[in-house]
Design a protein around this ligand. Structure first.
Ligand code: G6P
Length: 755
């Protein structure tokens, strides 16, 4: 209604203005027409009486002439009549002739160029017409005819009334039509547009109530709005808080409800036989720790190797199972591997080849042709699984880690429109180190099938770009950190991974005080005993031996702590079929025993080694109940135990000692940063941690928790998804306008180096 009024009021104003402009115009026009008609009439009268008047003049019968005039003057329009004879004779005129219009004065009432004029007499307007008369072609005099013009004023008044009436009726009709049409049509449009602006039908097909005529523009409008919104958001990924809800909003908004498929070797839940029962276990894997909350938020499908001995027993006929069991949130699709495949792809190429290659931790990589064959085979198997699980042509595929370097290219071949984000969870070495891999080119080619390739640190991004530049014929743009290879761009980005913050409530259910008591009681330690903790897989990259050596040196240098301090090492056995891992486990066990032997007289052993798997809750209990957490990796992409310790400490107490060779050290300068190869330095760090005041602990912990609050794992995933949305917008634009990747597609490589 308001809209109709907004339209009608200006319409009425316009119509009134028109009426006021038109009426005087019409007035002037009708007066002019009447004057012209009266002029013609005057000529007619003059012609008609010319002859009888000449005759009367010849007779000299003035009385007859007077009668003739009186008769003519009976016409209701003729006001007066006079005959001004040439010569001195007195004029003949009707009595009604105003005296000021006598024959002598007549000239001043008629302009010389006109034969009539309007005279405003006290009784109203009069039209004075003067016509020459003649007889036998001889001029005899002039006839003065005065018409009463009051009827013109009456007619004008009437015309004005009609015109105003006409405009009023017109306004009314137009208004009525407008209201009706506006109500019917405008409402529909507005509803349609509002629905679009609200985003209805943005991720679903347009609702039925959408007006048919809106549909052609609906798609464009939706795209435009979403792109503007997305552009705005992705420019500043400042949304707070970063949680599952924020991720869901990105998926629904920027990514238009696109399906998400995660691929990793390690599965988030393993089903294992425990006697007659089937138990569910969460593996010790930083990758799983990070991705699990993401998948709980995003739903979608997680494709992974089904490695639990009861995994087959619980899946459906499509090898799928909804997880987690208590609150199913996403689908786990298991891929089965034969013993040969597992041996070659997982143990062989991935963990005897790529793992030591990328970590450079003094274990020589081993590359075998048959392992490579299995690696190719298993990557192909997973690529087929991705294609099978995808319900759309352009899903978002999140490829995880070094087990799947070939997968991005294989998925690209099967699903050319997929947005593929590959995240490399381990370090990327320099080109010289990577170059020793016999299949380095194939690996790089496979990875460059990704739309975006992520690493934890800029250092690893630089190493990767250098490696591509060294070994492939690709265009490397170091300004934008993009590689263009086989006509396809890959953005190289730094995404430092993190943990869920705040942590899941069940992990911090038990109070810190309770956790302190429980773990001390469990190990028969006194309530005030100082405890350091380490949580790792039994992996040679983790620097567990170096950590034990640091404890040994700490106690040697600070004997007052002997019997007062114990270091509890939680160590999950891992990749145990590989010689290096078996040897490592043996070495670690032996070293622990040796150090405990050295301080055998102490009331409590310096090292407590738990070489078995612990579920996340149990790990959290140790992290909450300890005084010190020691992370001494010799090389680590990020290390989520360090971040997990900080997340666990809502009491703002506890000291983190952190290896400088972890990605985490770059983000957590408030930790005590150490070189794990330097036993003296590490011993000193332990002494610092053992004696650190509660205030200093709180100050450091607060800063570190502040970082986690801001950069938690949801933000890690969110930034990747926002970048994926950016990639998709870009390719939509390219499809629409068919512009090339670069104007000069084959220009030589750019040599600008990133600072
Ligand atoms: C590292 C790797 C992960 C792997 C985890 C556990 O964190 O980056 O991909 O899952 O180690 O290793 P595992 O071989 O037991 O899966």
């Amino acid at each position: 209604m308001r809209l109709s009024l907004r339209f009608i009021v200006p319409l009425l104003v316009v119509l009134s203005a028109m009426a006021y402009a038109v009426v005087p115009l019409v007035d002037r026009l009708t007066v002019r027409w009447f004057i012209r008609d009266l002029g013609i009439r005057a000529t007619l009268v003059a012609r008609t009486i010319e002859e009888p008047l000449a005759e009367i003049a010849r007779e000299g019968n003035r009385a007859r002439a007077q009668r003739l005039f009186t008769k003519i003057a009976q016409d209701e329009r003729i006001f007066a009549l006079a005959y001004c004879e040439d010569g001195a004779k007195p004029a003949l005129s009707t009595v009604s002739m105003p005296p000021e219009l006598n024959c002598d004065a007549i000239d001043q009432y008629t302009a010389p160029e006109s034969s009539h004029n309007v005279y405003a007499s006290p009784s109203g307007p009069l039209l004075v017409s003067v016509r020459p008369l003649s007889a036998d072609s001889t001029a005899t005099g002039r006839l003065v005819l005065v018409h009463d013009m009051s009827f013109v004023a009456r007619r004008s008044e009437e015309t004005r009334r009609y015109l105003f009436g006409f405009f009023a009726a017109l306004a009314l009709t137009v208004s009525l039509i407008t209201v009706v049409v506006a109500q019917l049509s405008w409402r529909g449009w507005v509803q349609g547009l509002r629905a679009l602006l609200r985003g209805e039908g943005l991720v679903r097909p347009a609702v039925k109530s959408d007006r048919a005529e809106l549909r052609p523009i609906a798609r464009d409008l939706r795209s435009l709005i979403q792109d503007i919104r997305a552009e705005h958001r992705s420019r500043e990924d400042e949304r707070e808080p970063w949680d599952g809800e924020a991720l869901r909003a990105i998926l629904e908004g920027e990514l238009r409800g696109q399906e998400v498929i995660v691929v990793s070797n390690r599965e988030p839940y393993l089903h294992v036989r425990d006697g007659e029962q089937i138990a569910v276990r969460q593996p010790a894997s930083g990758l799983v720790t990070a991705l699990e909350p993401i998948m709980r938020a995003c739903s979608g499908t997680w494709i992974a190797h089904g490695s639990g001995n009861a995994d087959r027993a619980v899946v459906d006929r499509h090898d799928r199972i909804a997880v987690p069991a208590d609150h199913p949130a996403y689908t786990l699709r298991r891929v089965w591997l034969s013993p040969e495949e597992e041996a070659g792809y997982y143990y062989g190429f991935s963990n005897e080849g790529l793992w030591p290659l990328c970590h450079i931790a003094h274990v020589r990589p081993t590359f075998r042709e048959q392992d490579w064959q299995q690696y190719v085979r298993v990557n192909t198997k997973f690529a087929d699984a991705v294609a099978k699980e995808a319900t759309t042509a352009d899903p978002i595929v999140l490829v995880q880690d070094y087990h799947f370097a070939l997968l991005p290219r294989m998925v690209r071949e099967r699903l050319p429109n997929a947005t593929i984000i590959t995240f490399w969870h381990i370090p990327w070495p320099n080109p010289e180190a990577f170059g020793i891999c016999p299949w380095r080119d194939e690996l790089l080619d496979g990875m460059l099938g990704s739309s975006i390739l992520g690493f934890h640190t800029q250092f690893h991004c630089n190493n990767f770009v250098d490696t591509v530049d060294r070994f492939l014929e690709a265009r490397v743009d170091r300004e934008t950190f993009a590689v263009s290879y086989r006509q396809q761009p890959t953005a190289i980005r730094r995404y430092p991974i993190s943990v869920e913050f705040p942590p899941a409530p069940e992990l911090v259910e038990e109070s810190v005080e309770a956790a302190r008591e429980v773990i001390r009681a469990r190990h028969s330690l006194p309530p005030r005993h100082l405890i350091g903790v380490g949580v790792d897989r039994l992996d040679y990259t983790k620097g567990i031996e170096e950590r034990f050596r640091a404890v040994q040196r700490f106690l040697e240098l600070n004997p007052e702590w002997v019997g007062q301090f114990s270091f509890i090492q939680i160590a999950a056995p891992t990749r145990s079929r590989i010689d290096h891992y078996q040897l490592y486990e043996d070495r670690v066990r032996r070293l622990a025993a040796e150090i405990n032997g050295q301080f055998g007289a102490a009331a409590h052993p310096p090292i407590i080694l738990h070489a078995r798997h612990h579920e996340p809750r149990a790990v959290y209990e140790y992290l909450r109940g300890a005084d010190i957490c020691f992370v001494s990796s010799l090389h680590d992409g990020m290390n989520l135990v360090a971040k997990g310790f900080i997340a666990a400490r809502d009491d703002e107490q506890g000291v983190l000692i952190l290896s400088q060779f972890t990605g985490a050290a770059r983000e957590l300068p408030e930790a005590i940063i150490v070189n794990p190869y330097d036993a003296e330095e590490c011993a000193h760090a332990l002494q610092l941690a053992a004696t650190m005041s509660a205030d200093e602990q709180r100050a450091r912990m607060r800063l570190m928790r502040g970082l986690l609050r801001e950069f938690n794992v949801f933000r890690w995933a969110g930034r990747m998804l926002l970048d994926a949305a950016g990639v998709r917008r870009h390719s939509r634009l390219r499809e629409r306008f068919a512009f090339p990747l670069r104007v000069h597609g084959t220009r030589r490589r750019r040599e600008v180096r990133a600072s």
